[in-house]
Design a protein around this ligand. Structure first.
Ligand SMILES: [Mg+2]
Length: 221
């Protein structure tokens, strides 16, 4: 049965995640330190404590990554109460810096265009809330590139739970043996591919896309 679809992971697969997350954190810590009149080190500690608490409480759910919750919790730790206006502003500051730092992985646009020329269907399966994953794709200039998207928020669970991929395959109108899954993570992407019986191609953080391109071309012929 020929391959005629690709399921892509988003974060750290289409672009490098670490510099974006770092830029977001630096910006939000600076913003809160300025507005609260506190040392940056104290704000950074509160942000990290909040992040860990949220991550633990909401493990395996999309909202465990919600910077809105990290900001809310950090502000609550620092002020002893919720500040809605500041929380919303902090979330905005984080994501503005994050999105500004995003760069599409070199060679990725050409690879995606090649896949489309083959007439294959392109899907995204990604762990986070839908609003930010859509904004990321838009920022990368890929708003019209993908045919289908499912996030962990929409699926109600994260990778490697296979439910997210099953929902995406239904949208893509593809069976597992008709697609390839491409992602950066062993624990999430490879595991979910194995669970669903889908061939997996890893795109490690600093790897260029040519090896993946060759592997897909071989499947196309
Ligand atoms: Mg990833």
């Amino acid at each position: 049965m020929p391959i005629n679809g690709v399921v892509f992971d988003l974060d750290n697969t289409l672009y490098a995640y670490a510099p974006c997350n770092r830029a977001g954190q630096v910006a939000v810590v600076k913003f809160l330190a300025l507005h609260l009149g506190l040392p940056a080190s104290q704000v950074r500690q509160a942000w990290e404590a909040s992040r860990q608490t949220v991550h633990k409480r909401l493990a395996k759910q999309a909202a465990s990554h919600a910077r809105l919750f990290y900001a809310q919790g950090a502000i609550e730790l620092l002020l002893g109460r919720t500040d809605i206006r500041l929380t919303l502003q902090a979330d905005e500051v984080f994501w503005s810096a994050y999105l500004r730092t995003m760069r599409l992985r070199p060679g990725m646009r050409a690879l995606l265009q090649q896949i489309k020329r083959w007439g294959w269907r392109l899907g995204i399966a990604s762990d986070l809330t839908t609003v930010w994953q859509m904004k990321k794709l838009q920022r990368l200039g890929l708003a019209k590139m993908f045919d289908d998207i499912v996030t962990s928020e929409e699926a109600g669970c994260e990778k490697p739970n296979p439910r997210m991929i099953r929902l995406l395959l239904r949208k893509m109108q593809r069976r597992s043996h008709q697609v390839v899954l491409i992602g950066d993570s062993h624990a999430r992407d490879r595991q979910v591919a194995v669970a669903c019986g889908i061939p997996f191609l890893q795109l490690a953080s600093n790897a260029d896309v040519s090896a993946v391109r060759r592997a897909l071309t071989a499947k196309q012929n």
